[in-house]
Ligand binder design. Structure first.
Ligand code: DO4
Ligand code: MG
Length: 307
């Protein structure tokens, strides 16, 4: 029998051309003071340039274009607002959100420990040609920066999963990177692998934001660190750090499996797995504050509520 894991027509992955003399550029969606949804970019100044007068109203439409950054650079004399004066929205429009799992050794080990009889599944998938891929969220269910993520009321052991997220256009190109939180209920997942969708997909289980970093390629992204801090009543109760360099598979490999036999007319977001797992005695509680910092992008902060 032919292996279903052999590499077939892979979409080629490329990053929008970027000139090194430009400052790192980040895109965001935000709500204006009059309540409209707008698209902006943030340069070194920390000011948000509103792209509405340039006719740019959707991040995903901009990221379809190979010349998106050149287009942005042309935009001069556009109105600017201070970041503190706007409400940042999740950087997702009509894209489905997917995730890969067990891409870091730490994730494989933690899952083998939490589960009695699914341990070999995690062990096998870490080394298999085909990665674990799962659906995570509809775009309208994604929580943005400074909003609340959820822990299930029927779960006892809940953790955040801080992950680099790819923003992929409909042609399968990684057009940018953002920060993702793949909230998970470890007791539900550990009880039976078939409960994975319940452990991973529920109200407020996916956070993305605050920005989309454009113009960086895989080589640059692999130099970024990922840090997780969890605060409870002013005290830090967990801190952890990893590097994007620890992702076992290439970015092209991850995207090509997502796009096998599946089209994404609006593009897709892909969370790339967690390399930070708190110790087995740790669980989130309502009121905690989760901060995920990825050095090339920024910090995604969310409080925790029970759902
Ligand atoms: O197999 C379970 C999920 C894995 C995951 O979400 C991760 O490694 O980040
Ligand atoms: Mg995950």
């Amino acid at each position: 029998m032919r292996s279903s894991s052999t590499a077939e027509s892979k979409p080629s992955i490329s990053i929008i051309p970027f000139r090194s003399d430009w400052p790192p550029m980040k895109l965001c969606r935000f709500e204006s003071r009059t309540g409209e949804v707008r698209v902006g970019f943030i340069g070194d100044s920390g000011l948000v340039t509103d792209l509405t007068p340039a006719g740019i109203s959707k991040v995903s439409e901009l990221l379809q274009r190979d010349d998106a950054l050149a287009e942005l650079k042309k935009q001069e004399k556009l109105p600017q607002v201070a970041l503190q004066q706007i409400h940042i929205l999740p950087p997702v429009e009509r894209q489905e959100v997917w995730a890969v799992g067990v891409t870091y050794l730490r994730s494989k080990k933690a899952r083998m420990e939490e589960s009695d009889f699914s341990a070999t599944a995690y062990d096998r998938v870490y080394d298999a040609a085909r990665p674990e891929l799962f659906f995570k969220a509809m775009p309208e269910k994604v929580v943005g920066h400074a909003d609340s993520v959820g822990i299930r009321k029927d779960a006892k052991w809940n953790v955040p999963e801080p992950e680099l997220a790819f923003v992929i256009n409909s042609r399968g190109r990684i057009a940018g990177f953002t920060i993702g939180n793949d909230m998970s209920s470890r007791d539900i997942e550990g009880e039976n692998l078939l409960y994975l969708p319940q452990a991973k997909i529920y109200d407020r289980s996916c956070a993305l934001g605050p920005f989309i970093r454009v113009g960086a390629d895989e080589t640059e992204a692999r130099t970024w660190s990922i840090q997780l801090q969890i605060e409870r009543g002013q005290k830090t109760v967990f801190e952890g750090k990893t590097s994007v360099a620890n992702i076992k598979r290439s970015f092209e490999e991850l995207v090509s499996y997502l796009f096998r036999s599946q089209t994404f007319p609006h593009g897709a977001i892909l969370l790339t797995g967690t390399g930070i797992v708190p110790g087995d005695d740790f669980t989130l509680v309502a009121g905690d504050v989760i901060r995920i910092e990825i050095s090339g992008i920024g910090t995604l902060e969310n409080s925790v509520v029970t759902v």
